[in-house]
Write a protein that binds this ligand. Structure first.
Ligand SMILES: Nc1ncnc2c1ncn2[C@@H]1O[C@H](COP(=O)(O)OP(=O)(O)OP(=O)(O)O)[C@@H](O)[C@H]1O
Ligand SMILES: [Mg+2]
Length: 337
């Protein structure tokens, strides 16, 4: 009689896209194994995790007194270290079950993050079980994930519009030549929708309703055929629940400010780009990644404002995680702690 054979791998390397909206985990040899919203529900009194990811997201804005649903990353930076560390721990354990040694981890951070913040992420990941942690900047990871050979001397422009930050970068010879990272992205679009509905319809809606409106009828460029979406909310004056229908042109109007800031960031980065690289970009076009790239007409608008073709990467939400995972191959170059 033979004993049961348990297959245990020696070591797994993993890449984590620590995003404001979602966390994606890439395991070498397997691809993306996890994709969950960056939300946790915590018991206020015991500090215990009650739910993580999708389950916790459905609790946002509806929790009873003792439970708080939290988003530990805001504007692309960590606003709650303790929760982030536990979240990293949870994701590392969930994505790797049978490995003998601790994993090497590459974590992707936004390009505007400070050295102190980088150290904090490294520490959180090491405390969460990594044997070594490497940090990669979001535009570099996005470019690798979008299939760009970042080591070539030609310039490439990447625009990553996430939940908390928009990163615009020109990459050549493996590095960022010029970049700009602004704390204006998908979340600000949701906030702008909430403010617009409040002002125009005297109605209060939650974050989730605003995001749904943005996904379903939102646009950065006028639609050929107007779309409408029914939403539920609370009337500010009567305090009673009401239903209204919101049109795509209303959302277009609501999004003017955040989208204008994103356009400005792209134009100012182009202005700072050395002429040779600008010529490469004009020839090859600009590549957009991140969930915000999916907002209808964002590519059209940016193309009109810059006069350069703008393309959306294949599967833009997964680009950074894929690039983070692929960068594991040259982790030594990234230098981990
Ligand atoms: N179809 C869509 N239309 C418009 N916006 C979308 C769509 N799908 C996703 N988004 C938005 O994309 C954003 C999330 O993108 P992504 O997952 O790239 O962010 P993140 O990486 O978590 O954030 P960050 O990089 O800023 O830390 C959210 O604001 C979400 O509402
Ligand atoms: Mg991101």
């Amino acid at each position: 009689m033979y004993g049961r054979v348990v297959l245990v791998g020696l070591r797994a390397d993993i890449g984590i896209d620590l995003g404001t909206s979602s966390i994606l985990v890439y395991v070498k040899g397997k691809g993306i194994v996890l994709q969950e919203p960056s939300v946790v529900a915590v018991d206020q009194y015991t500090n215990k995790f009650l739910a993580v990811g999708e389950d916790a997201r459905s609790m946002l804005g509806r929790t009873p007194g003792n439970i708080i649903a939290k988003r530990p990353m805001r504007n692309g930076v960590i606003s709650d270290y303790d929760i982030t560390e536990r979240l990293l721990n949870y994701f590392i354990k969930k994505s790797l079950n049978r490995y003998l040694f601790k994993p090497r981890v590459v974590v992707c951070v936004p390009s505007g993050i400070t050295e102190v913040e980088k150290r904090a992420v490294t520490e959180a990941s090491n405390n969460a079980g990594a044997i070594r942690t490497y940090i990669i900047e979001e535009p570099i990871a996005a470019a690798i994930g979008a299939g760009i050979d970042i080591t070539e001397p030609n310039g490439n422009m990447i625009i990553d519009i996430g939940g908390g930050t928009t990163d615009v970068a020109v990459i050549a010879l493996g590095g960022i030549v010029v970049s700009s990272s602004i704390k204006v992205a998908g979340d600000d679009c949701d906030d702008a929708i909430i403010r617009y509905i409040k002002k125009k319809h005297n109605m209060i809606v939650g974050e989730r309703t605003a995001e749904k409106l943005k996904h379903n009828v939102g646009c950065a460029y006028p639609l050929e055929e107007e779309k409408f979406e029914e939403i539920k909310g609370r009337n500010l004056l009567t305090g009673l629940p009401v239903n209204i229908s919101v049109s795509s042109s209303e959302i277009l109007e609501a999004l003017q400010e955040p989208i204008g800031e994103i356009v400005e960031a792209v134009l100012s980065t182009l202005e700072k780009t050395p002429p040779e690289l600008a010529a490469d970009i004009a020839c090859k076009g600009i590549l957009m990644t991140g969930g915000g790239a999916l907002l209808y007409g964002m590519d059209k608008l940016l193309s009109k404002k810059t006069g350069i073709e703008v393309n959306i990467a294949h599967n833009p939400i997964e680009c950074v995680a894929r690039g983070t995972g692929k960068s594991l191959a040259w982790m030594n170059l990234l230098g981990g702690k």
